[in-house]
Design a protein around this ligand. Structure first.
Ligand SMILES: Nc1ncnc2c1ncn2[C@@H]1O[C@H](COP(=O)(O)OP(=O)(O)OP(=O)(O)O)[C@@H](O)[C@H]1O
Length: 292
């Protein structure tokens, strides 16, 4: 696998990649994000977890500047997402839940399109497109029509699209939903390799607790528009164990809770109430349609 290059090494990069203070976003009567405070450190792989409807996508879209910031403050490497949209966009790569590759184009044409949209200098474009495709192991398939790609290949292509501008912050909204275990691992291995090579920050939403545990440095558990628990997966599991021991609901010999236990503890009855489960049918169906 070729590591992508061309990312600006920024020794003077602020220590905070994403900072949300009191972020609130409402759709009519629905308070999707409700006074969200969040701080993602530069270089971290940070997982935003939570049941369906917790407000993860809405929060992420505010950070990307695709949605405005009606209340509160969002900063990306110190730039205000409400006032310095272009400065923020230049730092970002975004892989949304919805299909962002055009089936009528080849893989290379799709990535080239993103290179143009993200204003990659013309003289560098072909090289950067080739690097991005190589970074996700799609060099051999680059000139095939995207319609011939598997779900996993499409996801890797979308990753290449987001990487072609050498972002300092890569945002991924459920990057592995609907993929088989091998394709899921492959997507994560490519994300991890690029991050190692470039030092970029990764902010990811996922419903897969095993992925969060394995690949995220820290996670935030979001519920009803706010963060209810924050820490490394190990810290969160240990904290739940302590709470259970203190409450007498678990004994010393009981196994340490899983991240899924922590998730259930935070979301509580809300999961049943809102019909959300980790591998929610709605999300899977969305992806089935997306790659079909
Ligand atoms: N365009 C919209 N119009 C109206 N309500 C919306 C819209 N988008 C999201 N919502 C509502 O805002 C709340 C938060 O949704 P959001 O998609 O941000 O949650 P999520 O945590 O990303 O969920 P999922 O895990 O299903 O992607 C939900 O109650 C949702 O129904």
């Amino acid at each position: 696998m070729t590591a992508i290059t061309g990312g600006t090494t920024a020794p003077d990069e602020p220590a905070e990649a994403v900072g949300c203070r009191g972020l609130t976003y409402t759709f009519g009567e629905t308070r999707a994000v409700d006074g969200l405070d969040l701080s993602v450190g530069a270089g971290e792989v940070f997982g935003l977890l939570g049941p369906n409807g917790a407000g993860k996508t809405t929060a992420i879209r505010c950070v990307t500047t695709l949605l405005p910031v009606p209340a509160g403050v969002v900063r990306v490497f110190g730039h205000d997402a409400a006032k310095e949209k272009m400065a923020v966009r230049r730092l970002l790569g975004y892989v949304p839940q919805q299909l962002s590759a055009d089936a009528a184009l080849t893989g290379r044409e799709n990535v080239s399109l993103f290179a143009r949209v993200f204003d990659v200098a013309r003289r560098e474009r072909a090289e950067r497109v080739a690097q991005a495709l190589a970074a996700v192991d799609l060099t051999g398939a680059a000139d095939r029509m995207t319609t011939t790609y598997s779900g996993g290949m499409i996801r890797r292509l979308e990753l290449a699209q987001a990487l072609v501008s050498a972002p300092r912050l890569l945002m991924l909204d459920e990057p592995t939903i609907g993929l088989d275990p091998i394709a899921r691992t492959s997507v994560w291995e490519h994300i991890t390799a690029v991050r190692r090579a470039t030092g970029m920050t990764v902010l990811v939403t996922t419903h897969y607790m095993d992925e969060a545990e394995q690949y995220c440095d820290r996670v935030a558990l979001m519920h009803r528009g706010r963060v209810h628990a924050l820490g490394t997966p190990d810290e969160l599991r240990a904290a739940l164990r302590e709470r259970r021991l203190a409450a007498g609901t678990a004994g010393e010999k009981d196994p340490v809770p899983t991240l899924e236990d922590v998730f259930r503890d935070v979301a509580g009855s809300g999961l049943e109430e809102e019909g959300g489960v980790f591998r929610d049918v709605r999300s899977t169906r969305r992806t089935a349609t997306r790659v079909g």
